[in-house]
Design a binder for this molecule. Structure first.
Ligand code: TXA
Ligand code: MG
Length: 327
């Protein structure tokens, strides 16, 4: 049931979590599908609702760092430093897990993912609930993450007890994942908090280590993906490619980075902002809108390649099936 996130409803949602029910909650990144992280049966419901393989670990969300000794076996100095700088916020930290953490949460791994989100409704829910909330993105496995409450309704509907409506998510892409369980620290998923920002706080090099497929649903080929086949294309050849697809009788949805292209004759254009943070905030909603138009192809203009665009480029490489090369 979709409910506005009033204080009464937040208390209701916390009570549902205590009873082992699923609650979808807004965070500043994307909406999460939450369950009591200490309750094995509740956690199992997350995997059933999402259709997600059981060996894919979940992020446990906390209200404050005082709680993390319950979840992590050891908390290195680096973890305190990034927590102080970036929490509450869009950063997930991987640490060696505490033996009492249910295996269902970590997919049987020896490490655990922890995050204190910055969204006021997520924090109020965490405080009212009191424990850790395990929450993956609130979409069916492999789909685009939800950045509005209505997306969660589309994805999961009656599979969740309550969906707390907190409006659109400000960040719009999933949290940065930083693995602090080994040496050197490693970035497993780029996000709003960049590798350079983390390196500045830790004063050491952070390795880039994409997760292995089995550990990381985000690394599978068709992840974060719309249902319509989507292709990446350089700005310079965009107009020619769209025209050719149109000649082949295909209907084309085009997602641009800025508004410079004259392709309105051959494609339905969705112009995303040229600024990476605004682009991130709009990306998933736009992919859903284009997907709903039941077109033959989605063409996505390739954004710039610098670090500010790392999260966008990572998600686009997963949302698209291939690249349109020079013709
Ligand atoms: O922004 C976010 O992180 C959102 C919101 C709801 O917090 N959550 C999210 O969860 O994106 P999910 O499950 O869709 O993605 C979590 C990622 C997965 O790629 C998972 O493999 C990785 O975190 N992960 C979780 N625990 C891990 C661990 N112990 N080692 C390595 N990767 C881990
Ligand atoms: Mg996800």
């Amino acid at each position: 049931m979709l409910i506005p996130a009033t204080s009464d409803h937040i208390r209701l949602a916390a009570a549902a979590l205590r009873q082992g029910e699923l609650v979808a909650l807004p965070t500043e990144t994307v909406y999460g599908l939450g369950a009591d992280a200490s309750n094995r049966e509740a956690v199992a419901k997350i995997f059933r609702a999402k259709g997600r393989p059981a060996n894919h670990p979940l992020i446990v969300h906390l209200a404050e760092t005082a709680q993390w000794t319950h979840w992590a076996r050891e908390i290195p100095d680096a973890a305190w430093r990034v927590a102080e700088k970036f929490w509450p916020g869009p950063l997930t930290v991987i640490l060696p897990k505490h033996p009492q953490v249910p295996d269902e949460v970590t997919g049987g791994q020896a490490t655990i993912a922890l995050r204190i989100p910055a969204h006021p409704i997520a924090l109020q829910l965490l405080q009212a609930f009191g424990g850790g909330i395990a929450a993956p993105s609130a979409n069916r496995f492999g789909h685009v993450s939800p950045t509005r409450a209505e997306h969660v309704v589309e994805e999961l509907g009656a599979r969740v007890a309550y969906i707390l409506d907190g409006g659109p998510c400000a960040v719009g892409v999933e949290s940065t994942i930083l693995d602090l369980s080994g040496d050197p620290p490693a970035l497993l998923r780029p996000g709003r908090i960049t590798r350079a920002q983390i390196e500045a706080v830790l004063r050491c090099r952070v390795a880039l280590k994409p997760q292995r497929a089995v550990r990381a649903p985000g690394m599978l080929a068709a992840h974060y993906a719309p249902q319509t086949p989507a292709w990446l294309c350089d700005g310079a050849t965009l107009a020619a490619h769209c025209a050719r697809l149109r000649e082949q009788g295909k209907t084309v949805g085009l997602v641009t980075c800025g508004m410079s292209h004259r392709v309105a004759q051959v494609a339905i254009v969705h112009a995303l902002p040229r600024d990476p943070q605004h682009y991130e905030a709009a990306l998933y909603h736009t992919l859903r809108l284009v997907d709903r138009q039941a077109l033959d192809v989605i063409v996505v203009e390739r954004p710039p390649d610098d670090e500010a665009w790392a999260a966008v480029n990572d998600r686009l490489s997963k949302a698209t099936v291939a690249e349109l090369g020079d013709s």
